[in-house]
Ligand binder design. Sequence first.
Ligand SMILES: [Zn+2]
Length: 362
Amino acid sequence: MRKARVAASSVKFFALLLSIVFASSAQAAVVILYHHVSSSTPKSTSISPAHFEAQMDYLARNDFKVVPLLELTETLRKGEPLPDKTVAITFDDSYASVYESAFPRLKKRGWPFTFFVNTDSIGTSKLFVSWDQLREMAKHGVTIANHTTQHNHLPRRKKDESIVQWRVRIASEINQAQTKIEQEIGTAPMIMAYPFGEYDIDVQQIAKKLGYIAFGQQSGALYEKVDLQSVPRFPFGGSFTELDDFIMKVNTKPLPTRSVSFYRDKNTEQKNLIVKAGDKPWLVLELDNAALLKKINCFATGQGAITVEVIDNKLWAQAKQPLNPGRTRYNCTAYAGEKGRFYWYTQQWLVTDRKGEWTYGD
Ligand SMILES: [Zn+2]
């Protein structure tokens, strides 16, 4: 009897030990995103060179490994665990300040980065890089990758455009950019970034069919089971340039989700991420570790904390206020048990007006 009790308690102890090891070994690679690195470009998409340097200094001083994005996408393709304290740096939109300001700074540190370019803009004005500048960057190890030709909102169908016509157009905006990069640079990896970070289920399917790993602009760390056509990145710029915010984000861990689904109301599942103004969609997360469910807090863009319920071992999160037209995000986080580290999952919704029309701009 006594022996059995000892055995039972050592099993318990072993399980506890395992859970501690498991919890602290959750791996976290993070992809960070910038647009302009400049003090004279539009504030909402810019970070000043001084703030940028401070962020890079933090990574260097704290032994973060800065790796090429393609190294992380290879790991994701194989479904292997990601390395901890690892960051890949990306830039979107073909801006000249990336060549003028970010490139020399990162070259000096010997750090790789990826530049997602919308090919139709290249060389068109002083705001954008030239193909010669991109070739020079590529020679120094910078990865030049696909951000489509025209930087359109991919999920939006034009008036009078059938779904088939829309699919053909979107595929061609992606394919043409890829061909152009191959011609000008000599090589183009099978990765892309959605313009404005906007995607829906149909856009994801097109990217998947064409063979791309595709990045959004929703926050979160990489996860070996992440959907390869909605890979998260942490955007920095505008009101997100301070070091404290950067430190918190590069130290996040992925919320280990087993399944993600969406509901119009508690009884009606919806398959897509496009909702109408006035809607309050539910985000439903099933987690690998159900013990985390009670620790999660969720927030919506412009609303602060939102409703969170645990039903049948799943987390149900819903905005308190009806959503307004635009991009809206639900951010769900939980303390990860290590100082300053949080599990993080973000879901983005694209919100039309009440009639289903797209009314918001960039
Ligand atoms: Zn862009």
